[in-house]
Write a protein that binds this ligand. Sequence first.
Ligand code: NAP
Ligand code: HSE
Length: 444
Amino acid sequence: MATRKKKIGIGLLGLGTVGTGVVELLEKNRVHIESRVGAQLEIRSAVVKDVSKARPGMPSNLKITNKVSDVTNDPEVDLIVELMGGFEPARTYILEGISKGKHIVTANKAVLAKHWDEIFQAAHDKNVDVYLEAAVGGGIPCIQAINDGLAANKISEITAIINGTTNFILTGMAQYGQTFEKSLKDAQAKGYAESDPSFDIDGMDACHKLAILSSIAFDQRVKIEEIHIQGIRGITKADIDAAKTEMNCTVKHLAIARSREEHGLEVQVVPCLIPHDHPLASVEGVYNGIVVTGDAVGRVMLSGRGAGKLPTASAVISDIIYIARNIAVGVAGKVPAVAYDVDRVESRRIVPYDEIKNRFFLRFTAVDQPGVLARIASILAEHGISISSVAQNERQKGSSVPVYLSTYTATEKSMGEAIKAIESLPAVKSGTLVMRLEIPENAS
Ligand code: NAP
Ligand code: HSE
């Protein structure tokens, strides 16, 4: 039997919220973690942008550098952990590490979602591993669950809350009456938000994560451009209250991948109303929830903290343990980490946005004058859209009032065209809020 490697060298790229969490958690639970690996783990160096920054709590013997070559050219580094974020230079550094035969752990969903093929092809060619547990769902082991635990199933649907920041903001508004701006500031202070928080609130971060989850779950590459995205900007406390009083629902920002057998795969990141008894309704604050439906297992739900220093470090270190254990016994890189195999992919149709079918909850802003509601209803009917409920606030003659309206199923295309026609009415203002209604038709 080959001798076991006694020490595994690690190089960090990034020492911010997650990077410091990884160092701290490794130090705190070192004995336990190393006993799981069967070898010693040594973080040899960390690459940062600003070497002059104070790094309280970091071990004094940790080499901090701004030269990536200190990591990629270090023969003692077996494993590179990328925790910088963004597309570049993260992509270049990951590929450089792979080209030098280093295994990779990353929490960077943006770089993975965009450069998936290039990164996994390079890893395949060099027989190195790329592990990504922390890229989706923070501390929830959802990649491993879908990739391994549910591998026997044909998955038909993933419905998920996979952005902690937007869930934290919506919960802050709904439960504590906080403003959008205050909740976002709190999320940033807690280290949940991306360095550019528009990635969170406009839905791009959840889009990156959905691209990754669905590429693994559905055995085919799902590209970010194929996912329809709408963020949570423009949603007010009054809208959340209306969802509750009119529909007995809560508002969540959902990432949905739904396989409609003959039609294809619908992928969207959109604000939705879900009933209070939906499994994701009680997922609050920074928590994420991922509901996966498989043909054998039925519905499985995973939930936990979706962002933050230590929950995310927990996921990163689980990947480190996995790879380090394989390095120690000389089998790392021999089996592709992700079930999605670059040589065997499905080619299910991705349903174009216009054809996606949803139920809708709409907020029009209309001047309160006779006949407006009737005109809105008739335009919707002309587009083949049936209304399931209407609610209008107390009248304020001559001034604008919100009109909330829910519909039965329609395509995004018909709804888009109907809204355009409705907003061309002199009594209706532009800026209609569109949310989806996740209630099956036969349930209402
Ligand atoms: P962060 O706090 O902003 O830290 C980023 C780190 O990367 C910093 O140490 C920074 O250096 C370094 N860095 C940035 N650009 C660099 C460059 N061009 N060259 C060298 N170093 C550079 O970010 P984070 O919150 O830890 O997130 C890291 C990654 O984890 C991201 O991909 C993020 O999406 C992902 N993630 C984060 C969370 C979370 O809860 N925060 C959860 C899951 C996944 P300085 O320290 O000198 O500024
Ligand atoms: N900004 C991300 C979020 C971090 O809020 O979910 C975790 O990926």
